[in-house]
Ligand binder design. Sequence first.
Ligand SMILES: *Cc1c(COP(=O)(O)O)cnc(C)c1O
Length: 305
Amino acid sequence: MSLHIETPLLASRPMSLASGLDIWLKLDALQPSGSFKLRGVGAACEAYARQGKRRFVSSSGGNAGIAVAYAGRCLGLAVTVVVPETTTERARELIRQEQAEVIVHGKAWHEANALALSLLGDDDAYIHPFDDPLLWTGHATMIDEVARAGFKPDAVVLSVGGGGLFSGVCEGLERNGWGQVPVFAVETQGAASLAAAMRAQQLVALDSVNTVATSLAARQVCQRAFEWSQQRPVYSHVVSDQAALDACERFLSDHRLLVEPACGAALALGYAPSDELNRYQKVLMVVCGGVTATIDQIRQWRAAC
Ligand SMILES: *Cc1c(COP(=O)(O)O)cnc(C)c1O
């Protein structure tokens, strides 16, 4: 038994008609915590619990923190999530709903993270949102499920923040013998840290990030993500916030599922494929999900774009 569930894999008629491609959705928006994060976070928390850890500490006010809180409750272990003042009341409430302790500290994430690290004792495990091999191995189960279902994609589309999802999917493709299947790595313009690294052919820290896709707002991708981009076929693709938001609204209407703009970024490429993606036929779209944005918030952002 794992903490994550096996999610549906289904053909998207609306997206296939819009794109002219054969698009299949891996619906990780349906994970109990609302995003793919539970795959890796759940696997990491189980591993740390086996090592005897008694508490999980996170500094993510987003889907990673929510997944840690969910995992802790399921495993019967304490969870503390330190978030900065900028974290929405909604996100704090979602974490508290999972019985985790929420500590609000600092104006920006690095201050919250510094406090989280200072709290760590011998019995505590710090759960990173994207940079831990345990996370990647957990995320890779998504591709195991696709392979078991008997579907081999010609290309995979996903979104990239810190690159944990991307690293896990690359690992999953590799371990299923699909190392040559290209990955389309999508970011929004204000947070295109993988695109910058691939252009520079080395890790790049952006001066600032600015996007409505808050779950993609990592100034730098993890080293492993950069390495994968140099070792296998990867296409970087950057979309506007507007395109990500439009895709959220359209996906809600097409599939009755609300996802964050972070996920909408990848969906945008499915609705409007690039020339590179048009060279492939069977496309696996990773619907990574995300629970921190409401439809009202998405519509406000759209109006302001
Ligand atoms: C975390 C997250 C991402 C990005 O994942 P990384 O591992 O940071 O690249 C994308 N979408 C959603 C909804 C997320 O929660």
